[in-house]
Design a protein around this ligand. Sequence first.
Ligand code: NAD
Length: 284
Amino acid sequence: MLRTEIDRIGVVGAGTMGSGIAQVGATHSYNVVMRDLEPELIEDGIATVESSLERLESREDLEESSDRIRDRIEGTTAIDALADCDLVVEAAVESLSIKREIFADLEGVCGEDVLLATNTSTLSITSIASVLDRPERVVGIHFMNPVPIMDGVEIVVGEKTTDEVTELAHEVARTLGKTTWESDDKPGFVTNRILMPWINEGIRVFDEGVATRDDIDAGMELGTNVPMGPLSLADHIGLDICLHASETLYEELGERFKPAYLLKRKVEAGDLGKKTGTGFYDYE
Ligand SMILES: NC(=O)c1ccc[n+]([C@@H]2O[C@H](COP(=O)([O-])OP(=O)(O)OC[C@H]3O[C@@H](n4cnc5c(N)ncnc54)[C@H](O)[C@@H]3O)[C@@H](O)[C@H]2O)c1
């Protein structure tokens, strides 16, 4: 039987996504236990949550005080602290070996009836779950960045994931105020499978001099009604993240997913987009 009464959510990883998931969980009245490897990483994650909540509070976008929401989040470096959680979402680094180790640890620590989710962008749910005795309770709950702002969540169904687990994943995401869609466990799922070639083509179009950077983004924004063109979106996501996702798709699906040469060169130069101050655009 799957545990469907959820009060305490475990989050593995206190980085960009983990801290966002913790914030959204606490905002929707869940108690959250957020685990990372070092106390400083937890402190950084909590600081990110605090400043985001304060911003929302100043805009009167919160239904309770930011302090009260923040107090529902407990930070820890101990995997055992996840033992009381009713559901766990893993949002650690995008590495199959690390995720497999984390899920093996979670299987040892969490109750047998607890749903275990991964926030992976491109890795196979089935491969991650393959190291477990009970892979049927593993599902993808793929939040979008920034988690507190983005309305959508992709639910990814592994080869062994049961219908009950999939349904609970949709339901929990909905209680977090999100709208869900579902994807089979095929490389890149729906979003990254379509998004990454689009971004790479935008970069190739720029590299080949078809149009200027601004005209490529304007063309796509005004011509297809997307909120951000491919070059500004790549900068926003992080060029290293785009490259990593594109390489996984290329390995799995072949030539048509080959990363753009200029994407690789910019990552090698350390120009990763907004987070480093330079990508296709310069940032203050
Ligand atoms: N950033 C995005 O735009 C985005 C969007 C959707 C999904 N994702 C996915 O979410 C996951 C996390 O991405 P991120 O951008 O938050 O990465 P990040 O680098 O910001 O954070 C990852 C965190 O995981 C921690 N970590 C590593 N091993 C750990 C372990 N064994 N136990 C606990 N914590 C551990 C790291 O110390 C780090 O703090 C990845 O799988 C990524 O593909 C990212």
